[in-house]
Design a protein around this ligand. Structure first.
Ligand code: NDP
Length: 326
């Protein structure tokens, strides 16, 4: 038996609980991992609270992330004792995930834990940190340079946003944080934001083109905020869009793209090719000062993951939510 969060569905709806599960209930896979640390991402909170259609098969152990130690392996790529991590691939959506003491998965979804990080540190970063890195790499690839001007991060006090602020400012970008919670101004400045501005400035309907202010942006919010950001990006700038915390719509015109050559870069961490994930984790290993990770984390035991998911959905959490599974 092992401890797990499990989401079950019946005629009355879905419910998530913390309980013990039998080993033989685990799904198929060629590697069995003892999960030590997991996390709560926005997607996990949507799954656990039922506020978004994340779960594709029932019952489901949520958790798109985990880090731990291989216990059994039928794959030549991993041996018992190897330290591994997993982000995405539909784990926690279609295949049982990381909010459990054990996970049985395909070896193709695992990567080795980077030597720079403990399992705990890797999960403080988790899918949010790896996605923030993919966003930064996309901006670099689009040639957004340090001296081109300020780069915005929306939803800055959340998981992706906090790590994005850390990464951009660490690289030397003038980083401007956008938040709905000005009470987090000191926190965001401590992560490296040179300015913190209110989300309200981006929530009213924008004109097709606004004053060109931003060299680039990382957006986790979507909706009107993303539209307003795109309308205010400088000539040949770029926006990496990874989230929908503010909505799925995108009420914008083509003006920023055809009149300013702005690029809108879609970021998908879930099915991102393995080589690119490894590159992103290598970059994180080189850029993140592990002594600063405690600034962005709140830790909960697995038994409290369901409560933490509700807190995240209600906007009562900040930075990254780490789940202690061991
Ligand atoms: P968090 O909940 O930690 O952060 C989201 C932040 O967005 C909040 O902290 C808040 O920041 C802001 N926000 C919340 N609600 C609203 C709203 N209604 N309108 C505007 N802003 C809002 O989530 P994560 O950082 O884990 O994820 C952020 C987004 O990125 C999610 O949509 C998630 O699904 C997506 N994501 C996508 C990935 C991909 O592969 N494409 C991978 C990982 C995440 P503040 O209070 O500072 O304004």
């Amino acid at each position: 038996m092992f401890d797990a969060v499990i989401i079950e569905k019946n005629d009355e709806g879905q419910a998530a609980s913390f309980r013990q599960i039998a080993l033989d209930a685990l799904p198929v896979g060629d590697v069995l991992v003892k999960v030590e640390w997991s996390t709560l991402n926005y997607k996990d909170a949507l799954a656990i609270t039922g506020k978004g259609p994340i779960v594709k098969s029932w019952p489901m152990v949520p958790g798109v992330d985990f880090a731990g130690t291989v216990v059994e392996s039928a794959s030549p790529d991993f041996l018992p004792g190897d330290k591994v991590l997993l982000n995405g691939w539909g784990v926690g959506e279609k295949h049982w995930g990381g909010l459990a003491g054990l996970a049985r998965v395909s070896s193709e979804w695992l990567i080795r834990l980077p030597a720079a990080f403990s399992a705990r540190q890797a999960m403080i970063l988790g899918t949010a940190g790896y996605t923030a890195m993919l966003c930064v790499m996309a901006l670099e690839h689009a040639d957004v340079k340090l001296n081109d001007g300020p780069v915005l991060v929306t939803g800055a006090s959340g998981g992706v946003g906090s790590i994005a602020v850390m990464l951009l400012s660490g690289l030397g970008y003038e980083t401007v944080a956008v938040t709905g919670r000005m009470a987090e101004k000191d926190y965001l400045e401590s992560l490296g934001a040179s300015r913190v501005i209110q989300r309200d400035l981006f929530t009213s309907k924008s004109r097709p083109l606004e004053k060109a202010e931003w060299a680039g942006a990382i957006d986790v919010v979507g909706g009107q905020v993303l539209a307003s950001v795109c309308a205010a990006v400088r000539l040949h700038g770029a926006v990496a869009a990874c989230g929908l915390a503010g909505g799925m719509d995108l009420p914008l015109t083509v003006a920023p793209f055809i009149l300013r050559g702005v690029s809108l870069l879609g970021i998908d961490s879930t099915l991102c090719p393995r080589e690119q994930r490894i590159r992103a984790w290598d970059r994180l290993a080189g850029l993140i000062d592990v002594t600063r990770l405690e600034e962005v984390v709140s830790e909960y035991p697995l038994s409290q993951a369901v409560e933490a998911a509700h807190a995240l959905m209600d906007g009562r959490t900040r930075g990254r939510i780490l789940i202690n599974v061991a």
